[in-house]
Design a protein around this ligand. Structure first.
Ligand code: ADP
Length: 499
């Protein structure tokens, strides 16, 4: 009932799979974003490098012009010399230089066909601005770098401008953007080729890390599941124990209530019943002695035995309900056993039961309540006699005693049917009887156990070698609690009546 409420333990492998997938996705995302940033950075750096190269080339040409001018060379000579130098590179280079006057006339150009053309229709986009401009405005602006735009507005050349000091010229260093892009793409391809295995390695490492983390979590979760289960089991056991204790307490309360009621009832009627029973018994004995006819004698004997049985039942009921402490006095073991056996001799005779007696020679003196111990032996022998009544053939009850260092052990056994295993456990519980209604109260053995335990001893049952039941009780030889309990007048009265 308690285990039904327990949650199914969290599946640790599920968590590992989630961790693994999450780490893989994060690894791929980091790789992709990192790769994109890296590739963009490559393009940027390459552009910066191109700009710097253009600058250097433009500055060198400007220095050359300055040197030639200082050397006394004229404007036309310089242009002619430079034109010859650059013409040879016409159309082959991704970078080329041209000289344009501030007014926009092309003075030098790798392509001779371009010479004398006007640069005024150039559309430019200076770097660092979003505005388009024409050549004249750009030359006058502070910006040195610009994209040359095509008719459809797309940049196709990166241009660096260097004004020549001695003349009204601009040195324009062009770089073809598609050539730059080509280079950039090549570098990017190379990087991607290196990056993919790196990313794969990254994912692999991620997977590995995920596995390790997952395993740790798995172990931790499994451990916590185990603890949870152990905790639930403990709590369940505790609850079961509590429920059991409650049931026991409830049974004890019910029993106490029964006992109190029984005590009141029995105390009320015992005296009234025992006196007439005593009278019946005494008169039946006298009558039996006076009668001559054997059949009549047997009938009167039965009356006497029945009266004694009734008295015995009332005695048990009363003793059980009263639960009186023992009144201890010194008596020898054999004296107690013999007195008890004398009470049931008639019963044994009537059922044709042979009594085998084997009493200890050491015969120690016991500090006990003689009446209680006699009552125990009487109950055990009476039960044995009743169990044997249905047996054909020889009927035997054996009563023996022995001693060890600390205890006297008394055994009562018979060759009757014995006890079935399923009731063995509960025969010492009060009100447990297998006898027909009216024949047994189920108090005899429970009373025996109570009396024996009050004397510091114990009583047990086992199957007898004779074939029937074997009850054995022990009593400590020395009683620490010597001395008397309070007087129990009724007990005395009843026992006298039995005799
Ligand atoms: P009662 O005799 O009133 O039934 P007891 O407590 O004396 O109550 O005995 C309990 C039960 O134990 C009996 O009903 C009987 O079934 C069983 N019992 C006791 N002694 C013997 C015995 N010697 N042989 C077989 N059964 C026995």
């Amino acid at each position: 009932m308690f285990s039904q409420g327990v949650r199914e333990p969290l599946k640790a492998t599920k968590l590992t799979a989630i961790t693994f997938i999450a780490l893989t996705i994060v690894s791929i995302l980091i790789g992709a974003i990192g790769g994109a940033i890296l590739l963009n950075r490559v393009r940027q750096s390459y552009h910066d490098l191109e700009i710097e190269t253009n600058q250097r080339q433009g500055d060198r040409v400007a220095m050359l012009f300055e040197y030639l001018a200082n050397d006394g060379m004229g404007e036309k000579e310089i242009l002619s010399l430079f034109q010859k130098t650059i013409a040879s590179t016409s159309g082959t280079m991704n970078r080329f230089i041209c000289i344009i006057s501030d007014e926009g006339e092309v003075l030098c150009h790798p392509s001779d066909a371009a010479l004398g053309n006007s640069a005024k229709n150039m559309v430019l986009n200076p770097l660092g601005t979003k505005k388009r401009t024409d050549y004249s405005s750009w030359v006058r602006s502070e910006y040195d770098e610009a994209y040359l735009l095509s008719a459809d507005g797309k940049p196709y050349d990166l241009i660096h401008r260097v004004p020549v000091q001695n003349f009204s010229w601009q040195i324009l260093v062009h770089t073809r953007l598609n050539a730059i892009e080509g280079q950039v793409h090549q570098i990017q391809r190379t990087i991607i080729m290196g990056l993919v295995p790196m990313l794969a390695a990254f994912v692999l490492v991620g997977t590995f890390v995920a596995r390790i983390i997952g395993r740790r979590y798995e172990a931790a979760i499994e451990e916590s599941n185990r603890e949870l289960e152990a905790h639930v089991t403990d709590r369940t056991r505790e609850l079961s124990r509590t429920v059991e204790e409650l049931q026991q307490t409830r049974s004890a309360l019910v029993l106490n209530e029964k006992m109190a009621l029984l005590g009141q009832l029995v105390a009320g009627i015992a005296h009234e019943i025992n006196n007439p029973l005593g009278a019946i018994s005494i008169h039946a004995q006298t009558l039996e002695e006076d009668l001559k006819d054997e059949e009549d004698q047997a009938a009167v004997r039965t009356i006497n035995q029945s009266a004694q049985r009734c008295s015995h039942l009332v005695t048990n009921l009363l003793a059980f309900a009263r639960n009186s402490p023992p009144r201890r006095e010194g008596h020898t073991t054999n004296e107690i056993i013999n007195t008890a056996l004398a009470f049931c001799a008639a019963d044994l005779r009537q059922h044709s039961i042979s009594l085998r007696k084997n009493l200890t020679d050491s015969n120690p003196v016991l500090e006990v309540d003689r009446i209680q111990i006699e009552q125990v032996i009487l109950n055990l022998v009476t039960n044995a006699a009743q169990a044997l009544s249905a047996r054909d053939g020889e009927r035997v009850v054996s009563v023996s005693s022995e001693t060890d260092e600390s205890h006297v052990v008394v055994t009562v056994e018979d060759n009757g049917p014995g006890l079935s295993q399923d009731i063995e456990e509960s025969i010492f519980e009060p009100f447990h009887t297998t006898k027909e209604e009216g024949s047994g109260t189920g108090l005899g053995l429970s009373l025996c156990r109570r009396f024996i335990e009050h004397h510091g001893g114990s009583i047990s049952y086992e199957a007898s070698d004779l074939g029937g039941a074997k009850f054995q009780f022990n009593l400590p030889k020395e009683n620490a609690n010597g001395g008397n309990g309070h007087a129990d007048a009724l007990f005395g009265e009843e026992r006298i009546e039995k005799g």
